[in-house]
Write a protein that binds this ligand. Structure first.
Ligand code: GAP
Length: 526
């Protein structure tokens, strides 16, 4: 019987297990860590690879999608064409006195409610400067007064932190356009003091700072050599559209799939792996004839939701979120959300991006990015249906989805203990099997070692001969190993082993020779 944990407890336990068992470590931990960056440990890297492998197979083991691995550094014009240089930004302010720079949301988070009230009081006196209807539109209700603005500002700060992520269905672009005035008014209040030098009323107006990491190619660090670490993998696909189409003799409808690292200098990196500065994406752009885009959009929506379900994710923890306000290039956008312990969060976006990206790259590069039918002479710029999943977020969702604590019987009659089980889908499980000699004598270790060596050639396996078998099962349950095999006295007589299934804890006796086939069967069929 699964134990009910509070969301906070569940999250704490998942983070603690991740470190203890080697799924995830803090980046550069011995130096105090680097915010927004995480390292995948021995088990984490297996799980992550299994997720990526499942995605890669589902995308490229078909004849209408090709794979790609584009470079992380790209020509800087790519990011002008994509709109990232201009639009991919967060508002920040400088203190005119001490020259310190602050992210606006951090600044608001850092000040006390008392201080906020003072600011609001001041703002209220300046009410002609505030666009109250903009706040109302943002929050979605009609009644607001000066004191309520305190809460609204806290909320707005949270929304700011969600920039470039539609977890809250929030159109940040519109907010910036209409509501910088509110932020500016607050920050320019004579009550607002700089957390660094303590001077009041010294802030500049909020200005946009780009979220892309900038670096330089070659030895000279000036702007002519500036390049960016890609903030998404998609642009590598767009700029290679013609190369892939021509070299692979594809024609629309066809897709290009890519898995790779992306980097964003995120303002707010909270919630463990949810929002990080370095992460991996699994993106597929499907190029279709204009006019067929809506049909393909619906097909891809269904396919992508099914993919998560096929990997064993609990259907009740998955939902669609429709974007009501669309980015300028999108005709339709939906997110697949997972119910994390801290709430619903996007794990994948499915977007109808129209011909925006190819047209922009045509404009900026001067190269035609069209499909031309040589027989009919028909030509068009394809529309793009994008499926954009986070590998790192899918990993985090898999951890949360698998994590279970339950009361299980112990070897001692009538007693129970808490069993922590990672109920990973067998295809995702980092270890597929563990092999145990019941005791370390009578030829059992030799038999078990041989079986282990054979099995290891085909499956990620673990050998464990320490402690009681019950303890060994618990250790494997905690990392989600779906099948454990024990070699006992009977094995030496008739070559049979017991195989214990993780979730049901049911044990079956099978021939040791058939163990490999048994595992293959289970991993393929489940
Ligand atoms: N090409 C479209 C695109 O990049 P996005 O919604 O910005 O769209 C797609 O990102 C996916 O990438 C998200 O659904 C999420 O899974 C993942 N992602 C985005 N930002 C992330 C971050 N800072 N940390 C971890 N994953 C992130």
């Amino acid at each position: 019987m699964a134990k009910q944990l509070t969301p906070q407890q569940a999250l704490e336990n998942i983070i603690s297990l991740s470190k203890r068992r080697g799924f995830v470590f803090q980046s550069s931990e011995i130096y105090g860590g680097l915010n927004g960056c995480w390292d995948y440990g021995p088990l984490g890297v297996e799980l992550l690879r299994n997720i990526k492998e499942a995605w890669w197979k589902s995308m490229t083991h078909r004849d209408d999608i090709e794979g790609l691995d584009a470079s992380i550094l790209m020509h800087p014009r790519v990011w002008e064409a994509s709109g990232h240089v201009q639009n991919f930004s967060d508002p920040m302010v400088d203190c005119r006195n001490c020259k310190s720079r602050f992210r606006v949301d951090n600044l608001f988070e850092s000040i006390s409610i008392k201080k906020k009230r003072e600011l609001i009081k001041w703002l209220n006196g300046q009410s002609e400067k505030i666009n109250l209807s903009a706040i109302n539109n943002l929050i979605g209700d009609n009644a607001i007064n000066a004191t309520q603005i305190v809460d609204r500002m806290v909320y707005i700060s949270a929304l700011l932190a969600e920039k470039n992520d539609s977890t809250f269905g929030f159109d940040f672009d519109n907010f910036v356009a209409t509501d910088d005035s509110i932020l500016a008014s607050l920050l320019c209040s004579p009550e607002m003091s700089c957390p660094n030098c303590g001077n009041k009323g010294t802030f500049t107006e909020p200005r946009q700072f780009n979220l892309m990491f900038k670096t330089f190619v070659g030895p000279v660090a000036d702007d002519s050599a500036a390049v960016y670490l890609r903030p998404e993998t998609a642009q590598g696909i767009f700029v290679n559209f013609k190369n892939v189409m021509d070299s692979s003799r594809q024609k629309p409808p066809f897709g290009i799939a890519q898995i790779g690292k992306a980097f964003r200098n995120e303002i707010n990196t909270k919630n463990f792996l949810f929002r990080t500065r370095e992460f991996e994406q699994m993106e597929m752009q499907f190029f279709v004839k204009p006019g067929t885009d809506e049909e393909w959009f619906e097909r891809w929506r269904a396919t992508r939701m099914q993919w998560f379900a096929d990997l064993g994710m609990q259907p009740a923890k998955l939902q669609w979120h429709k974007h009501e306000k669309l980015a300028h290039y999108a005709r339709a956008a939906y997110d697949i959300e997972y119910q994390f312990p801290f709430g619903w969060g996007e794990i994948e976006g499915v977007h109808n991006r129209t011909d925006f990206d190819l047209k922009r790259h045509e404009e900026f590069s001067g190269k035609k990015l069209e499909y031309v039918d040589t027989a009919t002479k028909e030509r068009y710029t394809p529309y793009v249906i994008e499926t954009s999943a986070g590998a790192s977020r899918s990993f985090f969702a898999s951890l949360c989805d698998a994590y279970t604590e339950e009361e299980a019987p112990t070897a001692e009659e009538g007693k129970t203990e808490t069993r922590t089980v990672m109920r990973f889908h067998p295809r995702l499980a980092p270890m597929k099997t563990a092999i145990f000699p019941l005791v370390n004598k009578d030829g059992m270790p030799e038999y078990a070692r041989k079986l282990f060596a054979d099995i290891q050639k085909h499956f990620k396996a673990f050998y464990d001969d320490s402690g009681a078998v019950g303890r060994r099962y618990r250790r494997q349950d905690e990392i989600g190993t779906p099948f454990c095999a024990t070699i006992d006295g009977q094995t030496l007589q008739d070559n049979t082993i017991t195989v214990r299934e993780r979730d049901s804890m049911v044990q079956v006796r099978i021939s040791s020779e058939k163990f490999g086939a048994y595992l293959s069967d289970k991993l393929l069929s489940d």
